[in-house]
Design a binder for this molecule. Structure first.
Ligand code: PPE
Length: 305
């Protein structure tokens, strides 16, 4: 999706002009994928812009860094303050927030530890990730021929830039085959997640999602959706799921910061159709929470003002 430029980007503690927010061609992360990052959304509320679960996202970035022996040279509190200042400075009422901590330039070679850890935060206005149509009518998915990585090849628990070549391969394959998005199976052949979203299905009126040991990213939206479903009186079971579970699901939806709660209407020509009641109830609640319409969930909102 195209990006509309804003005024400033935060880089290593400074606010720099959008067009100057660049890196050297020998940036380590460009060659070897040695960066950890986050995707966060800020929504317009009646109390001004509010970032959804900002601290949880930044703590996940810190943990991703820990897995890759990349110590981020700013505290979570410093990054929260920088995010607030950046959103205000760019006069955005709602936006996507992309923090990234990556090995910069200095040395080339597989040993990254002598390169600096550069940190940046960019914000921009972003609409529905899979399109407005998708949010309303649902997307068409296909099971990818590419498997999600094994935890001892690239840890799926960490949101690391290099790992996303796997998601990109699956996304290319799905889109080039006429689908919107791919379902990824883990090396054992069980359901893990989509290229940039966690997955939920409904069967016999019950909600299921793959457990973290099936290899999905521990999504913050996934966690939010489990709590929302519980609060709506619905149980979510973490279960090892097969391809057939997908093909026979009564309802299915993808969740993520970018994709929000997107219904799925088809998987490999096994049709689900229009979004069902469980999907719609969760989607509606999610949007009312992120937009600050439900005070019960205010501790998930990080008000910028
Ligand atoms: N799985 C993957 C692989 C993933 O990248 C994301 C986020 C999720 C699940 C959902 O996680 P969470 O956002 O914490 O609920 N994907 C981000 C990046 C998308 C992109 O195009 O870049 C996002 O949703 O912001």
């Amino acid at each position: 999706m195209p990006i509309t430029p804003v005024d400033k980007v935060w880089m290593n503690g400074k606010f720099v002009d959008w067009e100057n927010a660049t890196v050297h061609i020998l940036t380590h992360a460009l060659h070897y994928g040695t960066g950890v990052f986050e995707g966060i959304r800020c929504y317009e509320t009646q109390h001004g812009p509010a970032v959804f679960r900002l601290r949880d996202h930044l703590m996940r970035m810190e943990r991703s860094g820990k897995i890759f022996l990349t110590e981020i040279p700013y505290t979570v509190d410093e990054l929260i303050a920088a995010t607030h200042a950046l959103i205000k400075m760019n006069e955005l009422r709602s936006c996507y927030v992309r923090p990234i901590a990556y090995r910069g330039s200095g040395e080339i070679g597989l040993y990254p530890a002598n390169n600096p850890v550069d940190v940046a935060i960019a914000v921009w206005s972003w609409g529905a990730y899979l399109g407005d149509e998708a949010l309303e009518h649902g997307i068409r998915m296909t099971v990818s021929s590419w498997r999600r990585h094994d935890p001892n090849i690239i840890p799926p628990q960490a949101k690391v830039t290099g790992a996303y070549i796997n998601s990109s391969m699956a996304k290319l394959e799905a889109v080039n085959s006429g689908y919107d998005e791919a379902v990824m199976l883990n090396p054992a052949g069980f359901l893990s997640e989509a290229t940039g979203e966690n997955l939920f299905i409904v069967k016999d009126g019950e909600i299921f999602t793959p457990p973290l040991h099936s290899g999905p990213l521990p999504g913050i939206t996934r966690d939010s959706v489990i709590k929302i479903a519980n609060d709506l009186g619905m149980q979510v079971t973490e279960a090892v799921l097969t391809r057939s579970d997908l093909y026979t699901a009564e309802e299915m939806f993808c969740v993520g910061t970018a994709a929000e709660v997107t219904p799925v209407r088809e998987v490999d020509r096994r049709y689900i159709g229009d979004p069902g009641p469980v999907t719609l109830a969760i989607q509606q609640k999610y949007f009312s929470i992120v937009k600050g319409e439900d005070e019960k969930y205010y501790d998930w909102l990080d008000f910028v003002d």
